[in-house]
Design a protein around this ligand. Structure first.
Ligand SMILES: [Mg+2]
Length: 333
């Protein structure tokens, strides 16, 4: 048995195994292998975002395969680029790994990045990165995107009379997380993965419809973000930035509520709370002028009305915002 630990293999040999797993893309003028990468900036502007995932608070290797870890790190960053109405063009990936980590794990993470780019943002690729040893496995990603002559879609442009629309699943990532927390031990997690692979993927390797981001910009979206912290909280960010009320349509969420109720075996009331507050859906919440042709798979989930910034469901503050939960309390944005 050969010693596959990072400390035994060494950084250079590990990189020599990882880099071939990361295909380039047409927009990559110069990819990994030099001091820095060179990307095309088609319209002269560059869209940038960054996000760090740390083992423990952000992912667990008892739940996530190495492929999942890479896939999700890519997906969350690609979603932030898409939520600006931009097209992702490149990812920089900085990894820190414990010396006893198998290089095979890093290969799996690289495969997850490559597969997420292919599935969620064709034409985007990992164009560079860094690898160093540390006691904690962390995956830090910087994503680059192009607006392709469109204007960036900010959170602040929603106007009374707009429709509120969503592209993606709601609550299913949160439902999967509940099942993972309830699963006792590796065997139970393995059984969950066997029995509910699609549901678990919503949490561990999400596939939000990110091509809808640039399509929304082209269709005249007035405000947009990706739902990372729960529908109510993220909707409140648009409401606050735009100075409007987002009134969500409860019946428009019924399909999501039923899916979560079925997945968890809970009442519709509990499922509705998961749909409204559980995060990590990473679908796109956007506002459009009334009558705009919504790009697929956007569906109308509410309306923008004038008033003191707030999020309502069927015209009233939802129960989830009572009882101490304050959608406008200072939070990590
Ligand atoms: Mg975001």
């Amino acid at each position: 048995v050969t010693d596959d630990r990072l400390a035994a293999v060494g950084e250079l040999s590990a990189l020599a195994r990882i880099l071939p797993r990361l295909p380039g893309s047409p927009g990559t003028l110069l990819g990994p292998g030099d001091d820095a990468a060179v990307l095309a900036a088609p319209d002269g502007r560059v869209v940038l975002t960054t996000d760090v995932m740390v083992e423990g608070p952000d992912f667990r290797r008892e739940w996530s395969t190495p492929h999942d870890i890479g896939f999700k790190a890519a997906a969350t960053n690609l979603a932030d680029i898409a939520a600006m109405g931009a097209r992702p063009t490149g990812l920089l990936v900085a990894l820190t790994a414990p010396p006893d980590l198998a290089v095979a794990v890093l290969e799996g993470i690289a495969d997850g990045f490559a597969d997420a780019c292919a599935a969620l943002a064709p034409g985007c690729a990992v164009v560079g990165g860094d690898l160093t040893m540390s006691p904690t496995l962390t995956v830090a990603v910087t994503a680059v995107g192009s607006l392709d002559d469109a204007q960036p879609v900010r959170r602040s442009g929603a106007r009374a009379g707009d429709v509120v629309a969503y592209a993606g699943s709601l609550g299913r990532a949160g439902a999967a997380l509940r099942l993972l927390f309830a699963a006792d031990g590796t065997e139970a997690v393995a059984a969950l993965r066997r029995e509910r692979p699609d549901l678990l993927d919503e949490q561990l390797a999400p596939r939000p419809p990110l091509a809808a981001g640039p399509a929304a910009a082209a269709a005249g979206a007035t405000a947009m973000l990706d739902v990372s912290d729960g529908l109510l909280l993220d909707a409140s960010r648009i409401a606050r930035a735009s100075g409007v009320v987002l009134d969500l349509d409860g019946t428009a969420l019924d399909h999501d509520v039923r899916a979560v109720a079925q997945a968890l075996g809970v009442t519709d009331e509990i499922a509705r709370s998961v749909v409204l507050t559980a995060g990590e859906d990473h679908g796109l919440l956007a506002c459009f002028p009334d009558g705009a042709a919504l790009p697929a798979p956007f569906r109308i989930v509410g309306a923008v009305v004038a008033g003191t910034p707030a999020v309502l469901v069927d015209g009233v503050p939802p129960a989830e915002t009572a009882g101490g939960w304050d959608s406008f309390a200072p939070r990590r944005d």
